[in-house]
Ligand binder design. Structure first.
Ligand code: CP
Length: 317
């Protein structure tokens, strides 16, 4: 592996703490992990004896399962904690939950919570490395890493690419982490959505271009990413109805035509098919939505490997 930097013991709260070279180290490592995942026997012994906990206080399909698969493929022991069915239901707080798990000998925590900052709290109470698997509207750095890795693999680099991110920008932690990471890697990011679903000063804070017209956002784009309309977080009547949203901001074949001929279509999932993206686009030859999920396992294997101090693949394969 080239560019291998030492990330042992690091936390991952968001991508602002990581340099371009460190992100490239994660990508190079993920490339090796992806090859391992194509083998018949998809397992290496590098994290044997380590214990990883997925601590999820919010629902998840792809992040939790891909982290668990990633840890298992590296031979770590994995414990899956979800607040449903735990003593959180009896009133136990985060501090005592973490003290309890830590007393059983945990080496690393993967944390999802609806409140921003909880991953840092878990580090404070445990003293162990923590990977943020999504905290409120704040950040989702492993999703951003797998999104950027998916583009990097196809295009060779993110430098100079026009990346349009479209939809419910206001409620999205994915967009915030991607804006930090993509800008760092040299991409020109355009965010697009209704004014009521756009955070104030997103252009000033993140250096992204902010537009409200879908055709302007998509014209000559190298990558178009649709974001999920977060129906569970819409409590303030921020748009008139789903069909109005789809008419103005839904990705259709017709709309995508003004992007570059080799445009990549992405979505972090879960998708509302027919709302932010039509099936004709989600299932088109330009779509790499399913490959994003595949890459999620490789990126999470790379992170666990690097942060828990795994041995290089050539020594363990
Ligand atoms: N993209 C994402 O975070 O999906 P899940 O909520 O299914 O983990």
């Amino acid at each position: 592996m080239k560019n291998t930097l030492n990330l042992t013991g690091r936390n991952l709260y968001d991508l602002d703490d990581y340099s371009v070279e460190e992100i490239e180290t994660i990508f190079e490592t993920a490339k090796v992990m992806k090859e391992i995942n194509k083998r018949d026997y998809k397992k290496i012994p590098t994290l044997r004896g380590k214990t990883v906990v997925t601590l999820f206080f919010e629902d998840s399909t792809r992040t939790r399962i891909s982290f668990e698969l990633a840890a298992k493929r590296l031979s770590a022991d994995v414990v899956s904690f979800t607040s449903a069915g735990s003593s959180v239901k009896k009133g136990e707080g985060i501090q005592d939950t973490v003290y309890t798990l830590n007393a059983m000998g945990v080496d690393l925590y993967i944390v999802r919570h609806s409140c921003p900052g909880v991953p840092k709290l878990v580090n404070k109470y445990s003293g162990k490395p923590v990977l943020n698997a999504g905290d409120g509207r704040h950040a989702h750095p492993t999703q951003a890493l797998l999104d950027m890795f998916s583009i990097w693999e196809k295009k060779g680099s993110l430098k100079g690419l026009k990346i349009a991110i479209v939809g419910d920008i206001l409620h999205s932690r994915v967009v915030r982490s991607n804006l930090i990471g993509m800008k760092k890697m040299g991409a020109n990011v355009v965010v697009c959505g209704p004014r009521t679903l756009m955070p104030p000063k997103i252009d000033e804070v993140y250096g992204a271009q902010c537009v409200y017209d879908l055709d302007t956002a998509i014209k000559d784009a190298d990558v178009v990413m649709a974001l999920r309309m977060q129906l569970e977080r819409q409590t303030e009547g921020l748009f008139p109805g789903l069909s109005e949203f789809t008419n103005r901001y839904g990705l259709s074949k017709k709309v995508i035509r003004s992007a570059k001929g080799d445009v990549l279509i992405m979505h972090p999932g879960p998708m509302n098919r027919g709302v932010e993206i039509l099936p004709e686009v989600a299932d088109s030859d330009h779509s790499i939505i399913i490959e994003q999920v595949t890459n999620g396992v490789a990126i999470r294997m790379a992170l666990l490997f690097l942060i828990l101090g795994g041995k290089p693949e050539r020594e363990v394969a």
